[in-house]
Design a binder for this molecule. Structure first.
Ligand SMILES: Nc1ncnc2c1ncn2[C@@H]1O[C@H](COP(=O)(O)OP(=O)(O)OP(=O)(O)O)[C@@H](O)[C@H]1O
Ligand SMILES: [Mg+2]
Length: 319
């Protein structure tokens, strides 16, 4: 093989992104001058302004910021559930103009179909892909079993959602999202409603799944430890109105990450301090001005258990 041929093959490998070092080869998500103005009876409410962010393929990015700053708004814009009033979102080189199969969303309160079993809930997502890829029954069964085993739920495959715990439901919600084979997994406080031990277990599962599948993940969290443990990048948002990105912290901790070992790691502690400093020194708690006008049909953020404050999961580290 001559040099020219070798270079050509190398280029092809890059194109196919099968070289491990090309994990972060191209941007998967690009937010450009992204802004969101909501109409309200008392006038326009500028929730987001001038948000610029590039997320590479395979990166795990956390969004953190005080309640009401605009994290869910950013996620909904990437999901295509809301369309921006300013700027734009590009996912995998295509502008987002609505929801799409390459983006799957996991909410805090997952929505499993209550009349279907755990198996059938996951199977439904697998069938969507099977239909597109013209796969048969055997493939559907194999894939459904695969995703159930990823979340270690084979034993409860025949149970209905109301027969399983909150953590188990959340796992099934994640399996369903993964079964859609999304290029980007969007998670809005996926573990917020769970107890500390279950949350720790799911965080570990998510890290393992991401290492295996290489998904690009954007996750909203209020938990500083969760953000540092899971992320390649922590995006810290300023308080609204006109919220934007205040700082971006690159987390250069080796993977796989072990929460117990990291608890006393100076680098880990340094990252944690940086986030705390941003939240509690540089960004004060949200002021009344950061809320939209009183008559605004805003989301009932106060109903969420974790939404009123940033939480610390020091209890998780002991788990
Ligand atoms: N449809 C809407 N109309 C008017 N205002 C809205 C609308 N949706 C969100 N907002 C406002 O935009 C701001 C950002 O809301 P968002 O839900 O994105 O915050 P958040 O950071 O996700 O908060 P939390 O951490 O509490 O979930 C808030 O002040 C909210 O009240
Ligand atoms: Mg939110």
């Amino acid at each position: 093989m001559n040099v020219a041929e070798a270079l050509k093959i190398n280029e092809q490998l890059k194109e196919d992104e099968i070289l491990p070092e090309n994990k972060y080869y191209r941007p998967m998500v690009e937010l450009t001058r992204l802004g969101m103005r909501f109409p309200t009876p008392k006038g326009e409410f500028i929730a987001l302004k001038g948000v610029d962010l590039t997320i590479k393929k395979g990166e795990f990015v956390s969004l953190i910021g005080h309640s009401g700053c605009g994290k869910s708004t950013v996620l909904n814009l990437v999901a295509g559930l809301t369309l921006p009033t300013d700027g734009g979102v590009i996912v995998d080189s295509r502008e987002v103009d609505g929801p799409g199969p390459e983006r799957a969303v996991v909410f805090q309160n997952h929505s499993l179909l209550p009349w279907l079993t755990v198996y059938q809930n996951v199977e439904l997502a697998v069938k969507q892909i099977a239909h597109k890829q013209q796969k048969g029954k055997a493939w559907i069964k194999e894939q459904t079993d695969h995703y159930l085993s990823l979340i270690q739920m084979q034993h409860a495959a025949d149970k209905k959602p109301d027969e399983i715990s909150g953590g188990m439901k959340q796992r099934v919600g994640i399996a369903r999202a993964l079964a859609l084979q999304p290029k980007v997994l969007l998670m809005d406080e996926p573990f917020g409603a769970l107890d500390a031990l279950t949350r720790a277990h799911l965080q570990d599962s998510l890290m393992k799944i991401q290492a295996d599948l290489g998904n690009t993940i954007i996750m909203i969290t209020h938990d500083v430890d969760e953000a540092v443990l899971l992320s390649d990048k922590i995006v810290m948002m300023t308080n609204g109105p006109s919220a934007t990105i205040g700082e971006v912290l690159d987390i250069q901790l080796d993977r796989p990450r072990n929460r117990v070992e990291l608890a006393n790691d100076p680098q880990y502690q340094g990252y944690r301090q940086s986030v705390l400093k941003f939240l509690y020194e540089k960004q004060l708690h949200p002021t009344p001005q950061s809320e939209p006008p009183a008559s605004t049909p805003s989301k009932p953020t106060s109903s969420k258990p974790n939404s009123a404050k940033v939480t610390f999961a020091s209890d998780i580290k002991r788990a």
